[in-house]
Each structure stands twice: as C-alpha cells, then as structure tokens.
Ligand binder design. Structure first.
Ligand SMILES: [Zn+2]
Length: 72
C-alpha cells in the first residue's frame, strides 16, 4: 500500500496520482508492498539444482526398477 512520508498516512492505490505521487502534498510515495511483488529473475544456479535433482531422481527410478526386476 502506498505510504506518504510527508502526510504520514497510507493511501489507497487508486487514490495516488497517476505518476505515483501523493495527491495532497505531491511528494513521491513509498510503494511499500509493490516493491516486494516485483518479479525476481530466477538465478542460474537454481537450474543446476533442478537438473541435478531430476538426474538423481531419474537414476533412483532406474536403479529401483532394476532392483525390483532382479528380485522377481
Ligand atoms: Zn502526502
């Protein structure tokens, strides 16, 4: 929710001016929650973890199936 430091109050997102400033005093608003909602790019090392996990689980599946077939 937008916060105005000068007026010391919260404003409804629709109450803020179109340029993101306070309609009462015209100062720049602190966007608050909106900052946390901005999308973060997925880090490259995340995909290494995903690939490693898929490879590991795939191997476990093959290994488990082989163990199961040898058992019967
Ligand atoms: Zn204000």
């Amino acid at each position: 929710m937008p916060w105005c430091d000068s007026c010391d109050k919260y404003l409804a997102p629709s109450a803020a001016a179109s340029d993101g400033s306070c309609p009462d005093c015209g100062s720049r608003l602190d966007a608050g929650d909106a900052v946390a909602q901005t999308e973060q790019p997925i880090p490259w090392h995340f995909w290494i973890v995903v690939v490693a996990l898929v490879a590991y689980l795939g191997w476990r599946l093959v290994d488990g199936a082989r163990w199961f077939l040898e058992r019967t």
